[in-house]
Design a protein around this ligand. Structure first.
Ligand code: 13P
Ligand code: SF4
Length: 360
């Protein structure tokens, strides 16, 4: 009989730890647990591999385990399902662990945008669609179908190079900030970028604005990273001028421009870990990562950029209770919370993901 999540609700984290360890030992090589850097400690400590979205995609693609348990959010488990072999099973411990930014673009709106752009441009020859990996599988499939590609926060520059070498314009979704920050760092003027407001006809733009734009940015954003403000940096530097500032590219342009370093979660960890002893850092990314980094690097001063708590509430949904539940079910021979992308979408999405993996 399949075990119910309600049987786990009353268990303490410590009780779940013991169950997780026991189940992992029973499953052995048949199961791999992947953990994104934003996972809370109680879950993160059980991961066999941790990383940013790119590293975890590669880990999923290379894994030979029968079960890939993804402690992250929904789009990550979809990528694991798409890139893994047909006999492998991707599992998301809590199905409600989504990404609010990924939800800001959907296939209906993107199709509408594409057909509206087609009234003004020869889209198939002039526009490369690029989706941030933080998006649903059908949007990755859209990119696969239209000669486009996927990017992550650690390869966006190389992916934009690839895209502009094929077509003169890019439609970038769902995160306007990653698109803007990356193109701007590559030397593109802000005048060459427009924001597509998906609530308005023709994205709220004029025909002239669309024709002149090189980068068409979807107006999505991450609710966690939009909490970081340039004044947080100014105030902190006024007190500690020696501080190095490091930000995730989902933060706004003004924050990234005031930062010494901008990069993915993996990049942030590597850069701070490799820095000099006693150096001081102001970090703009999710709180669980920053807290863990602070605990690990006892020889450095690591500060969270915002005075507000910026936690990714959907990443936080995965708890030891859900992890114990999915693992114990696997031991009992039951798969719960499988993420399975429909074959038609999976094939096209894989095309766009493989295009990315061939670039990086
Ligand atoms: P990374 O690819 O840098 O891990 O970012 C994923 C993410 O969702 C950041 O908000
Ligand atoms: Fe999505 Fe933002 Fe959470 Fe990353 S931090 S998973 S972009 S909501």
């Amino acid at each position: 009989m399949t075990l119910s999540i309600y049987d786990y609700a009353a268990l303490t984290d410590e009780e779940c730890d013991a169950l997780i360890e026991k189940a992992k030992a029973r499953l052995g090589d048949r199961c791999v647990i992947l953990g994104h850097h934003y996972q809370r400690n109680e879950v993160f400590k059980h991961a066999d591999f941790s990383g940013d979205s790119l590293k975890l995609s590669k880990d999923a693609a290379e894994s030979t385990a029968e079960y890939i348990v993804f402690c992250g959010v929904h789009f990550m488990a979809e990528v694991a399902d798409i890139l893994s072999r047909p006999n492998q099973i991707a599992i998301l411990p809590d199905l409600a662990a989504g990404c609010s930014m990924a939800d800001m673009a959907n296939l209906m709106k993107v199709n509408q945008c594409w057909s509206e752009l087609a009234q003004v441009l020869d889209v198939e020859n002039e526009v490369t669609p690029v989706t941030y990996i933080n998006s649903a599988a059908d949007l990755k499939a859209f990119c696969g179908e239209h000669g486009g590609i996927v990017c992550t926060s650690s390869n966006a520059e190389k992916i934009l190079d690839w895209s502009f070498s094929r077509r003169e314009k890019v439609l970038f979704f769902p995160d306007q900030h990653l698109g803007r920050n990356t193109a701007h760092r590559m030397g593109m003027s802000l005048d060459d970028m427009v924001v597509w407001d998906f609530t308005k006809p023709l994205g709220g733009l004029t025909v002239e604005e669309i024709k002149n734009a090189k980068m068409i940015l979807w107006n999505g954003f991450c609710s966690v990273h939009q909490m970081f403000k340039p004044e947080h940096i100014d105030n902190f530097l006024a007190q500690y001028p020696e501080t190095k500032v490091i930000s995730h590219p989902e933060a706004c342009l003004e924050v990234c421009q005031k930062s010494d370093y901008v990069g993915s979660t993996e990049f942030i960890l590597k850069t701070v870990r490799a820095s000099e002893s006693r150096s001081r850092w102001l970090v703009a990314t999710e709180l669980n990562l920053v807290n863990r980094l602070n605990e690990e690097c006892t020889d450095k001063n690591i500060h969270f950029m915002s005075p507000m708590l910026c936690m990714c509430s959907t990443m936080f949904r995965t708890d030891p209770q859900h992890l114990a539940w999915v693992l114990e079910n696997l031991v009992a021979g039951h798969v719960v919370n499988q993420i399975s992308v429909p074959e038609k979408d999976a094939l096209l999405a894989k095309k766009a993901l493989n295009a990315m993996l061939s670039v990086v």
